[in-house]
Design a protein around this ligand. Structure first.
Ligand code: DGT
Ligand code: CA
Ligand code: CA
Ligand code: ZN
Length: 595
């Protein structure tokens, strides 16, 4: 966490505590200041060293807040914040993670019932105490109860978009060390799961101590949890990072083991047992001659959840992962597929999909500019796409409609005006720019933008932005109607979920997939790491039904085009091949689909 982030987090905590104690206006001022401190290009500690005036130069940071920032950078504390914390000793972040619970609610419930954390909140709701508090009712209490499990889970798991860069950073700090022969990320990150419990790293080396030392000295590590000879764990940016060091000839077996998932490993291990072999983190061993093991052993351990963790037997494979899979008469399984959803059988029968790759995308079909809520011009965004090597670029700013607040969306006349601006920007870059729109799907599946305007556009993405609490049936009907709309080309972030923030819609994905296939509408994998929507399971249903998918970043800034990789790996989790992906096609291929 940069110092700017850290200071911003303190200011936000300050804002929450003020709001909880009933103070008005000031919380908003602190939140705005926090946002600008976080986004400020210069390190806050440098400005603080120059004094309060330099800090107050940051937009929206007044003298009073500047003084607190300097106090914090100099002493590590803000006296007034400490006083507020004493006055209201609650787990604010934990409690406000519950949808519908804001700082004000936290303040009221603390005053009335002394609720300080999630466990106490749950107990009070279960005992029916919350509905007795003035301003609360039975419905609010039930809502709180319903939303606690999601809040708990989201407090415990880190978004892939935060964990992957952390893992890459840790790995880079290790890979350069002299004694390190190979280094890889494993666990759920290597499988590109949307959220991860902890980061797992694996290093192959004959050495141990210097690597553990370098790891615990890694500059992002905040604390050492444990440091042994072959393994160590640290906490970094609030996430646990585990490192294991193994001998180079066991690296492949260890990589296979620690990549998981557990269910995949059990299935692969049972395949080994069927062949008189034993697979564990040390290697693949022929145990037919080992007493008490082998196929004839009384307890051959079929369907065993845990492997026999010894090196007994004759080593058959272990140095590389591919070698381990091949020795089991199967094709190497891409990590994204290792969830025990048929991949072991497919690998054994030589019918694994050839998955889409990061380099296969030829353009982005969902991007924003400063015409709506993006921060950059049409030409700037298109140039960034060109620099990535894309063959085309599609601008899809927000149209007006439900969920668009503060005049963000474009109405029909804005869209017409933008068409001319897109044509002008096209002269500034060497790739074609298509003019699209991101229309809003209203609660019953209709679009707020009129048909004539939609018909004149090159491409229409339609996405839900409001009414995301609908039940399954309503949500399914709504999305099917949107997919059937004659002008809709892409169903954008279909569930509207925000990972760790809100679950979004829960439609019947098979029904949507069939409608999408029948109507020639693509289903988006929104690559924003806060969304990853559709997810891998949805993608798989889409592809099995014969639908086409689109991997889009929904970028609001040039650097967000880099999020494409999260989308590609999510599509891979859904078994997507290049031919299934609309924006892996040439401009002609794209045009014939969206026609
Ligand atoms: P996470 O961290 O909750 O997102 O999920 P993973 O898959 O990264 O799980 P983690 O970190 O507990 O362990 C990493 C991998 O190592 C896991 O996917 C499978 C393997 N593994 C770890 N411990 C065990 C174990 O006790 N039994 C088995 N069968 N596999 C294990
Ligand atoms: Ca893990
Ligand atoms: Ca772990
Ligand atoms: Zn968008």
């Amino acid at each position: 966490m940069s110092r700017n982030d850290e200071v911003a987090t303190r200011l936000e905590e300050f804002a929450d505590l003020l709001e909880a104690t009933g103070v008005e206006y000031k919380p908003t001022a602190y939140r705005r200041a926090a946002e600008n401190v976080r986004d400020h290009p210069a390190p806050i500690e440098g400005l603080a060293a120059e004094g309060e005036e330099a800090v107050a130069e940051i937009d929206r940071v007044g003298d009073a807040i500047a003084a607190k920032i300097v106090e914090y950078v100099e002493t590590g504390e803000i006296e007034e914040l400490d006083e507020l914390r004493e006055e209201l000793p609650v787990d604010m972040a934990g409690l406000t993670a519950v949808e519908g619970v804001g700082p004000k609610t936290v303040g009221s419930l603390y005053d009335a019932l002394g609720i300080a954390d999630l466990d106490e909140l749950e107990a009070a709701a279960e005992a029916g105490e919350i509905q007795e508090v003035s301003g609360f009712g039975a419905k609010t209490e039930q809502n709180i109860l319903d939303n606690i499990p999601f809040a708990r889970e989201s407090r415990e798991r880190t978004r892939l978009g935060d964990a992957r860069p952390l893992a890459d950073d840790a790995l880079a700090s290790l890979a350069d060390l002299d004694p390190v022969e190979s280094a890889e990320v494993c666990g759920s990150i290597r499988r590109w799961k949307p959220t991860i419990g902890d980061v797992d790293l694996l290093v192959a080396s004959e050495a141990r101590e210097p690597i553990v030392e370098a790891f615990t000295d890694w500059e992002t590590a905040d604390a050492t949890i444990e440091a042994g000879t072959g393994k160590a764990s640290v906490r970094a940016d609030g996430t646990r990072v585990d490192l294991r060091i193994v001998d180079p000839d066991e690296f492949g077996a260890a990589l296979q083991y620690f990549t998981g998932s557990r269910a995949h490993n059990v299935a692969v291990r049972n395949r080994a047992i069927d062949r008189g072999l034993k697979l564990n983190e040390y290697g693949l061993f022929d145990v037919s001659d080992v007493e008490g093991e082998g196929a004839d052993a009384e307890d051959a351990g079929d369907d065993s959840e845990e492997p026999d963790a010894t090196r007994a037997g004759e080593r058959v494979a272990g140095e590389s992962e591919d070698e381990v899979y091949r020795a089991l008469d199967m094709d190497p399984v891409p990590p994204e597929l290792r969830e025990d959803r048929g991949e072991v059988e497919a690998a054994a029968e030589d019918r694994l999909p050839v998955l889409v790759g990061e380099g296969d995308l030829r353009g982005d079909l969902h991007t924003h500019t400063d015409w709506s809520d993006g921060g950059f011009s049409i030409a700037e965004m298109a140039r960034a796409a060109e620099e990535r090597g894309y063959d085309y670029h599609v601008v899809t700013d927000h149209a007006t409609g439900p969920g668009m607040v503060g005049g963000v969306g474009l109405d029909e006349s804005d869209i017409e005006e933008q068409a001319a601006a897109v044509a002008e920007a096209a002269d500034e870059v060497d790739i074609p720019i298509l003019h699209g729109i991101e229309a809003n799907i209203d609660a019953d599946g209709g679009l707020a933008t009129d048909d004539e305007t939609l018909a004149a556009l090159d491409l229409v993405v339609a996405s839900p932005h409001a009414a995301l609490g609908q039940d399954r049936e309503e949500a399914t009907e709504r999305l099917v109607r949107a997919v059937e709309h004659p002008h809709v080309d892409v169903l954008g972030h279909p569930t509207g979920r925000l990972i760790n923030e809100r679950p979004g819609l829960d439609p019947d994905v098979e029904v949507i997939a069939e409608a999408a296939t029948a109507n020639g509408t693509a289903i988006e994998v929104n690559a924003n790491p806060a969304r990853l929507d559709a997810d891998g399971e949805f993608v798989r249903a889409a592809i099995e039904a014969g639908a086409t998918i689109a991997v889009n970043t929904d970028a609001h800034a040039p650097r967000e085009l880099d999020n494409a990789r999260y989308g590609v790996h999510t599509a891979r989790r859904g078994w997507a091949e290049t031919s299934n992906v609309l924006n892996a096609r040439s401009l002609d291929g794209l045009r014939s689909f969206i026609l």
